[in-house]
Design a protein around this ligand. Sequence first.
Ligand code: PEP
Ligand code: MG
Length: 600
Amino acid sequence: MSDTTDRHVEKPALNLTLQGIAGSPGIAIGKAYLVEREDGGVVEKRFVEQKNIPSEVRRFKEAVKKAQKQLQDVIDEVPAEFRDHIYILDAHMMLLKDRKIYNGTIDYIKQEKVNAEWASKMVVDEVKAIFMKMPNPYFRDRGSDIAHIYKLILDNLLGTEPSNISGIDKRVITISHDLSPAETTQMPLEKVKAFLTDLGSQTSHTGIIARSLEIPAVLGLGNATKLIKTDDFIIVDGSAGVVILDPDDETLTRYQERKDRFDRYQAMITRSSHLPAETTDRFLLTVMANIGVLEDVVSVIDHGGDGIGLYRTEFLYLNRPTPPSEQELFDNYRDVAEIMAPRPVTIRTLDIGGDKFASGLQLAEEMNPALGLRAIRFSLQSPEIFETQLRAILRAANLGNVRILFPMISEVDEIIQAKQMLNQAAESLEKAGIPYGANVKVGAMIEVPSAVIMADILAKEVDFFSIGTNDLIQYSLAIDRVNKQVSHLYQPLHPAVLRMVRRVVEAAREAGIQVYMCGEMAGDPGNLPVLLGMELDAISMNPISIPAIKMLVRLVSLKESKLLLEEALKKPTATEVIKLMQDTYGPSFPKAPFSQHSRD
Ligand code: PEP
Ligand code: MG
């Protein structure tokens, strides 16, 4: 097979396994290409005489200007397959001008009388530390964006050549310490079989880009750039987060077979992803997508999403000194609504604060941010920001099938107040003669235990519920959702979670409203049988999870899923719920979902 022809077999195989983070699924086999080593460039502190301070400041400004030009050149030449990701480069462009970094560095040079390299390192380290302390991994990973733009500036100050990766001339597996979005977009993609990085996690941009390009990736490998050299022969399993350096024959054959199986399976599920997800007894489950930026819509359509079940709207508020204007928000929401129409688009109002952060909004430091001023609590206390967003959503609702979703509702008064604000926003648009969508459906996120218990009361105030299991699990099981130390206790199939979901579904049914689920739990094939048994109206997930979930829905019946759920609800632990599913669907469930069952 062509993948194995690159291999030299002269000495005994090393067969060394490296474990990293599964960044993007799929298997690649081939030769390594080391993009860069960790920039060991130690930045030295130099004192600058008072008379030379202005020229040091000028040196810094010129380095930034040059970095802007370099980034603009990359943006101008972005190949078609990367168009979706330009927003990442735009964000980097904005970071180059970020007041805290730009003015902060100039002030540091002047006050401390030091060289520009040292000043920018100090300022960048400080800003990076703020991001790194954030509990939400998405925002922690934004620290690496700052590192990328810092490296650009530093290269210009030191006169170092940026790494040249556009010249890769054969099909390779790239290995880098970290890979900036600008570097990723410069890669000749057709030559890249897989990405490996020392740094990064699932939510780093290399992972996001690799997943949407469907190129396997293993991230967070620690020291891959030290262990692997250009031309080494390696296997990458992006689904398991594993890399095997210099595999033996048996391992190679096993992975070659696995790769063929994976590629066939992927082709099969993608072909059928545009068909409805209907069980064998004709229960239709709507399978929608969670998105965070406008550009994700392409992936939703490519993967057969039946609509957008959750549009997280925080990102437009990031990396800027002031919140976005109504027009900017409207333009963005309108584009999503128009592209998706007539499919539904559920726009969630700002879920900022707590673990989610916006540079332009003044948020106090909190001891316990997950329980602090976040989401709807923040919006109700910031009526101007809230009303601007509500007006933009209402205007977009005139041009597509838009619904509105309020996050982190913990008591009915919050819904009542939010709806009052929505009415006010509608009235102000009416008065100004601006077209907007009347009768927009209003939903509440059910992600706080009090909302589960009060679901019957809340149901009277809204048109639909959306169960946010990410937070519901965090708050009900008292497990910090981003704390590695307790991640083994974060169990979506915990009977307490299943009972809460069931309770919310029952309250929705009694009130005659719809109920969806949009937490990560919904996109995991291992949870599908019990979730189907709940008879949710829709589930919403990362777009790339949609084809597999839709395919699995077609393998089972609602009737058997309901029986399974009844049994699961009696179990005392998540382990026993999983065992019940393994007894039903075969011992390798959920790794090989429903394999035994589908043969029946
Ligand atoms: C959730 O909490 O399940 C959810 C979907 O919202 P987020 O992950 O944005 O908090
Ligand atoms: Mg949430």
